[in-house]
Design a protein. Structure first.
Length: 225
């Protein structure tokens, strides 16, 4: 004669683990979780104590738990799919920027004897805009007075000369931007000018890999050429 083991009306640990997704480190599909839940629930009902059976409230509560967990799993899967598709779309769009030059936040400018490009972003217009180009020691070798400028981002060109008219040494330099209106300093952002060499995906989104070895987000781009 086969002995039937009875249980109390408290949900089994296996059932609770199933509902809470603890049975495996591998993510199961929603359908598999539902099948497993129903199998465990039916087994529990078959083996319940006849003198102290589960009531409707308990069954309803457990079904509600399954519904909640299933809904969350489906929502997570949908969001992950949308994010993956969105990042793929952004990658394809960003790939069109390869070979183009961009202005992105930065303070570097280089010269091989003929100067180089850089840029400035002004949230509001300025009566006076000046740029100081400095060598590695922090000494200003060239001061550019650019007069009044309207709001917006725009590229600028350094001719590669120092203030005394001599040609600056080949290499990398820094520049500082100062903008004023009615004698008051206003916000101004320095911009690097570089070419987009490639595009890559990262955990933080799509990245543009530039000719100056910097890697920036597509949202950092102020202007494309």
């Amino acid at each position: 004669m086969t002995t039937v083991q009875t249980t109390s009306n408290t949900p089994s640990q296996a059932l609770l683990d199933s509902v809470n997704g603890k049975t495996s480190t591998t993510k199961d599909s929603v359908d598999t979780a539902q099948d497993r839940f129903m199998t465990l629930l039916i087994t529990q009902m078959k083996n319940q104590d006849p003198l102290n059976p589960m009531d409707n409230a308990q069954v309803t509560s457990q079904m509600a738990q399954l519904s909640t967990v299933t809904g969350i799993n489906k929502l997570n899967s949908t969001v992950e799919s949308l994010m993956s598709n969105m990042q793929s779309g952004q990658s394809y769009q960003a790939a069109n920027m390869i070979g183009h030059s961009v202005l992105v936040p930065g303070t570097a400018v280089s010269t091989t004897g003929t100067g180089g490009y850089f840029g400035v972003d002004l949230p509001i217009g300025a009566d006076k805009l000046s740029v100081a180009i400095k060598d590695s020691a922090g000494t200003t070798i060239r001061s550019l007075n650019l007069g009044a400028q309207e709001a917006g981002s725009f590229p600028l060109k350094w001719d590669g000369l120092a203030d005394d008219g001599s040609v600056a040494k080949t290499g990398n330099y820094k520049f500082e931007v100062t903008a004023t209106t009615a004698g008051q300093t206003v916000a101004a952002e320095s911009l690097n000018y570089a070419e987009v060499m490639s595009v890559s995906n990262s955990t933080s989104g799509v990245k543009l890999n530039l000719s100056n070895l910097a890697s920036v987000s597509t949202t950092d781009v102020k202007e494309i050429f």
